[in-house]
Design a protein around this ligand. Structure first.
Ligand SMILES: *Cc1c(COP(=O)(O)O)cnc(C)c1O
Length: 418
């Protein structure tokens, strides 16, 4: 059958029709196509149409009520962040008091490590992946230095087997067993930013905790991409940004998760600020903090309302669709793109072929990633992302990417690859 017609038919008959109309899809560069086929939502998600309205409402309240909007605004600012709590908890499989939206991702990783990376005796090591996002590498190295340790001896970087592109869960577990009581912290990406691999989060968490370590997850590429059960999986802490799959805008407010067993434990040391004290007594302005038994105890400052408004708008969409339905569509969409790419001779896909071991991403190994990505955009209106020198990432984001977009990407690669 005609491939384009087949792609259109898949869009028309999918059990979860695309929500593309609820997003602002940029015009394609060059004008050959009306709209971009946008595969860079794992870098920056598209803007939901409701964002402008949500922001407008807060600007209006600021204009007409000023300081009074803290208590009398249509969404009072004093507890605005509470509105994000339940939808955020649903997104990552947490109890509401285990999550809070605040700061940016790397800041949250540091705040979490200030509480949970506590090297003592021979238990000092931090385990990460060798292909960790650079910010995570810098963050853990600087934590080692902060504790007077040598990062070269403290940070253990896990590499795949020779000739393989991704880590095997059983190898990560074997490493953790071998490192045993020298490991203080395991901090891995739930979905690897480069390869798109979805890690075996429950099994690795279990192995890390069995080794006596604290296990934290960077969910930058997992939140809003794959279903998560952070509470049930006994994850110690997690942090994620909201501008990738969560479509909340450049540099949007991030979030983090602290397991109930820690939020209940007043002895966990924290770096504190006035938004981390019990709201019932906050405005007594006492010199001593009274932290609540929730992730809010890690908040420092009063939150940036203009920056939270887009996150709220975006979470409303996720709540409406639900992660399970979204994940099912994501598997269909990524599976379709994978099957189309499989017909391109010699094209190497480094993302695992098993749908259960990947999110909404396929990473291709090519000769000159930058040049290919430029040509994809200029000649075909397909926006992808290059990680120099040799990886091109394509993210078929199920909220707004269509089977027809996948068709366009596959045709473009057919044309452009040697
Ligand atoms: C995107 C990403 C970051 C970015 O960090 P920011 O603090 O939001 O700038 C960090 N880590 C990972 C794994 C990422 O994917």
């Amino acid at each position: 059958m005609n491939l384009e017609r087949e792609a259109r038919r898949l869009d028309e008959t999918d059990p979860l029709p695309t929500l593309r109309d609820e997003f602002l899809v940029p015009p394609a560069p060059g004008g050959a196509h009306a709209e971009t086929a946008y595969f860079a939502g794992n870098s920056l998600g598209l803007q939901p149409r409701t964002v402008a309205e949500r922001l407008r409402e807060e600007l209006d309240d600021w204009a007409t009520l000023a300081v009074e909007a803290h208590t009398r605004g249509r969404r009072p600012w004093v507890d605005y962040h509470e509105r994000l709590r339940e939808p955020t908890a649903r997104l990552v499989g947490a109890r509401p008091h285990e999550v809070v939206a605040m700061n940016s991702l790397t800041v949250n990783l540091h705040l979490m490590m200030a509480s949970f990376y506590r090297p003592a005796g021979t238990r000092t090591r931090i385990v990460i992946e060798d292909s960790a996002f650079p910010s995570d590498s810098y963050a853990v190295a600087s934590q080692a230095v902060h504790h007077g340790l040598d990062p070269a001896r403290t940070v253990v970087r896990l590499t795949p087997r020779p000739g393989e592109d991704v880590l095997r869960t059983e190898d990560v577990i074997a490493h953790l067993e071998r490192l045993g009581d020298t490991v203080a912290l395991v901090l891995l990406g739930g979905v690897n930013y480069l390869t798109g691999q979805l890690m075996g989060i429950p099994a690795i968490t279990k192995a890390g905790r069995a080794a006596g370590a604290v296990v934290g997850w960077d969910l930058a590429h997992a939140a809003g991409n794959v279903p998560l059960r952070l509470h049930d999986w006994d994850v110690d802490f997690a942090a994620w940004c909201t501008y990738k799959y969560l479509n909340s805008g450049p540099g949007a407010v991030a979030a983090c998760f602290v397991h109930e067993r820690h939020v209940r434990d007043a002895s966990v040391p924290k770096l504190s600020g006035w938004w981390g004290t019990d709201p019932a007594v906050r405005f007594r302005m006492d010199p001593d903090i009274a932290p609540p038994a929730s992730a809010d105890a890690w908040q420092l400052s009063n939150p940036p309302i203009m920056a939270l408004a887009p996150v709220l708008a975006s979470l409303e969409i996720f709540d409406r669709v639900g992660m399970d339905a979204l994940r099912a569509k994501s598997e269909r969409l990524t599976g379709y793109l994978a099957s189309r790419l499989a017909s391109i001779e010699g094209l190497a896909v480094i993302t695992p072929p098993d749908p259960a071991a990947r999110g909404a991403q396929l990473s291709l190994r090519v000769d000159d990633a930058g040049a290919l990505v430029r040509r994809l955009a200029e000649t075909h209106g397909v926006v992808a992302d290059a990680r120099e020198p040799d990886v091109v990432r394509l993210a078929p984001v199920p909220l707004y990417c269509t089977f027809h977009d996948c068709h366009r990407a596959a045709e473009a690669l057919h044309d452009l690859l040697p």
